[in-house]
Structure formats: C-alpha cells, structure tokens
Design a protein around this ligand. Structure first.
Ligand SMILES: N[C@H](CCC[C@H](N)C(=O)O)C(=O)O
Length: 278
C-alpha cells in the first residue's frame, strides 16, 4: 500500500489516496503507522476520499486511532496532496470533513503547492456543542480545577474541541503533566485538545499544544484558530495575528464581516513510501 508522508509545521501525518479504494480498520492502521519506532512515525493518518457534496473528503485519525472531526494542518496538506498528484487541477477546492465543508485556496509556485489558505468556518462557543460540561451561552475564562490547580479556561470548537489557557511563559510548562490532565478532564465528554498560549503582543501569540489522541505536537491548525478566537474574546489580541508554534508560524484571522476564521500556512511533502499490505 502506497502512502505519502507530509507535514504542516511539523504536525506530520501519513496520507493515503483512498479515492478508488482504501484499507479497513483505519483506527488500527493509524495506531500502527503512527508509531515512531515500529511504524512510519506520525501524529496520525489521513485518508483522502471522494465526496458527494464537496470536491473531496478528508477522514482523519489521531495517533491513538481516535477520529478527529477536523485537522487544520492536515487539510492544507490534503490540498497539496490532491494538486501535486494530479487528482485535481483546481486551486480552489472544497473538502468535506466531519466539521462540515471547508474551502481551500492553494498557492502554487513552480507547479507545486507551497502554502494553503483555509476558510475554517465559524468558531463554536456554546458549551453543549463543544462539548464541555457547563451552563450558559459560552465557556469563557471559567475557573476549573485541574490536578489540584485552578486554571482559567476558554473553550472553543473549530469542529473539534479546544481548551485554551493563557500562561506567562509557555516554555516553563510541563506538558507531559498538564496535557493529559486537561485531555481527560471530566468536563470534556469527548476529551479535548489543549492550547497553552503566551501573548507576545496584540498581533503575536506563542503557543504549545497537547492534542487529543496525539500528545504534544509541533503545531495544531485548529488549535491556533481556537487560540486566536479566545485571545480576541478576552481582548488580548487583534482579529488578525501570527500564531507562533514549535514548528513555525501560522497567520490566523477572525473575519468580522462573516464571522469565519481564516488560516494560512505551509504544506510539505517529505517522502513517498510503501506499507506492507496486511
Ligand atoms: N487531535 C485533533 C485532530 C488534529 C488537529 C490538529 N492536528 C490540527 O492541525 O488541527 C482532535 O482530536 O481533535
């Protein structure tokens, strides 16, 4: 079985062309291929499929085999995968995801996609749609206890759940301790991705992320969008900002006119490979 290894700012996935056919047991395959010692090594697995309602469909699994509703770094690479492999010649694409249809604008240089802009849609703030246990219309800067320490948490869904916390110095945080404590916290029925954000200035955020199902990753596209939304809602940032992640930077804009969040960033192909059919 052929696969392509790609990354968006170091948030790396195995990509399969499932437009004709695809393997079964994708959760199990995601776990096996993601293993950084006994497999290919990745943050998860992404299958590109045909769609009845969009140009194509993205199906995404984390390294633990759980399915994610949306993947920002992943969908940029899906755009590159489709164009570079000649599955499309369009530079504007719609991709069906479990979080709805997303529109991509591919930026081509020298016949290959170098970066992609994604309309990530509107952020979801109502607790029961995130989901997070909590009354009211939104879950903004609410104090919760995590491992005996009080944190002010803002929850945002970009189709997948995010808990955003603002900290003075992201480098001093022990994510191995705090990441799982948030991910598996009782108030998140479907677990959560967690963004630890340091505000450099009103147009620059620095962020580390512990991803649901994958652990700390070098970057998280949906997480960067959630972080920007939380920063705007708490008057920490303007509506357009550079979000600096361990693997590099994304430009994120929360457009006032349509309420949509737009994200622009790179997409890179690392290598093509062959996985033994099992
Ligand atoms: N771990 C996420 C999916 C991948 C999101 C991230 N890699 C991105 O770029 O948005 C979840 O379970 O919701």
């Amino acid at each position: 079985m052929k696969f392509t290894k790609m990354h968006g700012l170091g948030n790396d996935y195995v990509y399969l062309d499932c437009t004709e056919s695809g393997p079964g047991d994708l959760p199990g395959l995601a776990r096996r291929m993601s293993d950084r010692h006994f497999g290919v090594g990745a943050d998860g697995l992404i299958c590109v499929r045909t769609s009845e309602r969009a140009d194509f469909r993205m199906e995404m699994y984390n390294a633990d085999g759980s399915e994610g509703e949306m993947c920002g770094n992943g969908i940029r690479c899906v755009g590159k995968f489709l164009y570079d492999k000649g599955l499309t010649d369009q530079t504007e694409l719609t991709i069906e995801t479990l979080a709805g249809e997303k529109t991509l604008e591919l930026h081509v240089e020298g016949g290959t996609v170098v970066s992609v802009s994604v309309d990530m849609g509107e952020p979801i703030l109502t607790p029961e749609r995130i989901p997070v246990l909590g009354a009211g219309e939104s879950f903004l800067s609410r104090r919760i206890m995590v491992n005996g320490r009080e944190w002010a948490v803002t929850c945002v869904s970009m189709g997948n759940p995010h808990a955003v916390v603002f900290v003075p110095d992201v480098d001093r945080l022990n994510l191995e301790e705090w990441g799982p404590a948030f991910e598996h916290h009782a108030i998140f029925p479907n677990r959560t991705n967690t963004e630890f954000v340091e505000v450099e200035n009103q147009s620059t955020l620095r962020m580390r992320v512990w991803e649901r199902g994958s652990g700390e990753t070098m970057a998280c596209g949906t997480g960067a969008c959630a972080a920007l939304v939380a920063a705007v809602l708490s008057y920490r940032a303007r509506r357009i900002a550079t979000v600096k992640l361990r693997g590099g930077s994304l430009t994120v804009r929360w457009e006032e006119s349509d309420g949509h969040v737009y994200m622009t960033g790179p997409a890179v192909t690392v290598f093509e490979g062959e996985w033994p059919d099992t």
